[in-house]
Design a protein around this ligand. Structure first.
Ligand SMILES: C[S@@+](CC[C@H](N)C(=O)[O-])C[C@H]1O[C@@H](n2cnc3c(N)ncnc32)[C@H](O)[C@@H]1O
Length: 258
């Protein structure tokens, strides 16, 4: 017999199309229960009715569960490895790169990559797909308006060159925006495209179960070109990397066999 939480997940999937079965239960349950407490709602079916009726509660629910905060140039040391080692090695072999930012949230990650390529590797040609399960965050990404906090780590040079400051906000240049193709995509259930030179999937899998993480890293492996690279987040070590076929070329950069 499924318990109340499991029944809620089943109903959520049926009524709202959101499948949380691949996510770690304790973290999810704690967040959902805390949202319900803040609304003084004690049973799941009443909460689901509210989520169906009121868009603002649905937004809050999705925001709380997916934790979609991002920033430009997040973990600078890792971007420096990308700029000084990974990209030059890739571009020594091909001049045309196929790139994917998976779980791109509000766009800071794909836009950081575009700025680096335009500035440091101006002769490179590239296509960049940016995907997320949450289309609201991608609407923000397409608008391209950011606050001080999200640009705090970005080298000043990029800020001056690719943004227009409007009061306390920064609007990203169209030349950067137009290089990214945003698309809604669920990493747990949707089909992956193939032949990527580089996939970035950073700070996305923290709430995934070990099983769904392992499957995801296998699917990324198949989606990479031979010799292609997966760039992960700073707390996201792949434990079964060797078994899947990856070689660790630098911390957080995993290479598919040539
Ligand atoms: C913390 S943000 C990370 C943003 C960016 N990659 C970074 O490192 O700054 C996590 C993003 O993963 C997305 N996400 C969560 N589960 C997902 C799934 N199953 N498929 C695709 N994206 C997902 C969330 O919607 C959220 O925007």
């Amino acid at each position: 017999m499924p318990d109340a939480y499991e029944t809620f997940l089943q109903d959520l999937r049926r009524k709202k199309g959101l499948d949380l079965s691949g996510y770690k239960r304790p973290q999810m349950e704690r967040r959902i229960n805390s949202l319900m407490r803040s609304l003084k709602i004690t049973d799941y079916s009443a909460y689901l009715d509210l989520l169906e009726r009121e868009i603002q509660h649905w937004r809050k629910f999705v925001d709380t569960l997916t934790i979609n905060v991002s920033e430009f140039y997040r973990n600078p040391a890792q971007w420096e490895v990308l700029e000084s080692k990974i990209l030059p090695e890739m571009l020594a072999k091909t001049n045309s790169l196929k790139l994917w930012s998976a779980g791109c949230s509000t766009g800071e990650e794909p836009y950081t990559l575009v700025m680096i390529l335009l500035n440091r590797f101006p002769n490179a040609s590239f296509s960049l797909l940016a995907t997320d399960v949450d289309d609201e965050v991608m609407t923000k990404a397409k608008t391209g308006l950011y606050n001080d906090k999200s640009v705090a780590n970005l080298p000043k040079f990029y800020l001056t060159r690719y943004f227009t400051k409007q009061d306390n906000t920064y609007l990203i240049a169209d030349d950067v925006k137009k290089r990214v193709k945003f698309m809604k995509h669920n990493l747990l259930t949707d089909v992956f495209d193939r032949n990527f030179d580089l996939i970035l999937c950073r700070n996305v899998v923290i709430y995934f179960t070990e099983e769904s993480k392992s499957e995801l890293y296998r699917k990324f492996y198949a989606a990479l070109k031979p010799g292609g690279i997966l760039f992960t987040g700073s707390t996201e070590q792949i434990f079964q990397a060797r078994e899947i076929g990856y070689t660790l070329v630098s911390s957080f950069f995993y290479k598919r066999a040539e």
